[in-house]
Design a protein around this ligand. Sequence first.
Ligand SMILES: Cc1cc2nc3c(=O)[nH]c(=O)nc-3n(C[C@H](O)[C@H](O)[C@H](O)COP(=O)(O)OP(=O)(O)OC[C@H]3O[C@@H](n4cnc5c(N)ncnc54)[C@H](O)[C@@H]3O)c2cc1C
Length: 414
Amino acid sequence: MAASEEAPAEAPERVAFRAEARAFLEAHAEPRTEADPWEVVGFPDDDEALAHFEKCGAWQRTLADNGWAGLTWPTEYGGRGLEAWADRIFARESVRFGSNAGFIRASMAMLGPTLLALGTEEQKLRFLPPMLRADETWCQLFSEPGAGSDLAGLATSAVIDGDEFVVDGQKVWNSSAQFCNRGFLLVRSDPDAPKHRGISFLLIDMTSPGVEVRPLVQANGSAHFNEVFLTGVRVPVANLVGELHGGWGPARMVLGNEASFIGGTGGGRRTSDRLIDLARLFDRQDDPVVRQELVRAYSRERISGLMGRRMRDVIRQGGPPPFDPALMKVFVTDSKVHTGQLATSIAGPAGMACPSDDDRIGRWVQAEVINRYTISIGGGTTEVQKNNLGERSLGLPREPRSDKDIPWRDVPRS
Ligand SMILES: Cc1cc2nc3c(=O)[nH]c(=O)nc-3n(C[C@H](O)[C@H](O)[C@H](O)COP(=O)(O)OP(=O)(O)OC[C@H]3O[C@@H](n4cnc5c(N)ncnc54)[C@H](O)[C@@H]3O)c2cc1C
């Protein structure tokens, strides 16, 4: 397997591409510093959070301006029209550098392939090039106070008035919405249809009158999420993606892309490298149980890396997922639970005491533990992903759904 994986990279065009990528990165990207491996992203200070977002945007613009964004996207939408191997080589070369587009890359991975597959020609020409350059940055406006796991129960309403929708409602948990100038939004456009069949998918301008973004401050002081209130917001009908009332299709595509992206981020060797460093720092590298668990962490990382690679290759080329994206998300979430437990068991009390700001390693251990919750909830909870797997992949009996075929407006809501 290793031979056939590496063999294609030996083809002359790939060797040349790798050299070109390396030269670009060496000229433009920040080198990875010694401190980076223990870096915990999350900013209690709003100015720092904004500065980080802008830095990610600047890197995305550098990529776009030099022909390194949207490597597999068609050239007419600003991409480079290459095959999946190009993305893979570039990702591998990028590992040695500190620059990355962070959240902007994540939202692009969710919306980009969805627009490529389901957007109109006008939408692709209008929205994809500025997305690639981060001139327009996108937040996901799906969850509501009464609709998270049961997303299809969402209540934010959209009524057509001439050539515009008028949108009223509230969204919540919207990552980085305070920094984004665009949003992809799910609305209830037909309350008389059963819940999955009366939803539309809209692209909105976050600077429109009637959009109010309120950051939600977490216990650690940072505001990763927001509430977004929409009052009489006017959205051109031209910004409808897919069919009117047929928004569940694009929504599922975004969620699949999101699960694949979250799952695929487990592919690097960073966490197992850090755990090995941690074992050395705490003199636990000869402990047979620790060694066994380090091998397990490494093996799981390799497996998720290979799964992510297979999934991304197909999605980049616009194909259907080769397996249920829920599988990857559940696997990576379980890996995160394992690495969090391993990190605390290696660090012992040092990983549990409240770390000072300059205790980078203590903060990293705590983040490893906390992130298991982030990853197991964001993009659909583990329980819901397991339901999806059981029903879609294993063909198990479906959960009883008493509200499936009745009009949404008659479904009891709290
Ligand atoms: C880091 C992060 C980033 C996020 N970013 C965004 C974003 O950018 N945009 C956005 O719109 N949303 C975002 N979310 C919200 C996320 O999609 C929701 O939190 C998630 O879908 C769960 O919804 P909920 O919080 O309403 O929980 P609920 O749906 O209320 O679930 C509560 C609990 O009940 C369980 N449960 C619910 N239904 C079932 C069932 N049928 N079977 C078994 N168990 C069930 C759940 O697993 C969970 O444990 C983000 C969340 C996180 C953690």
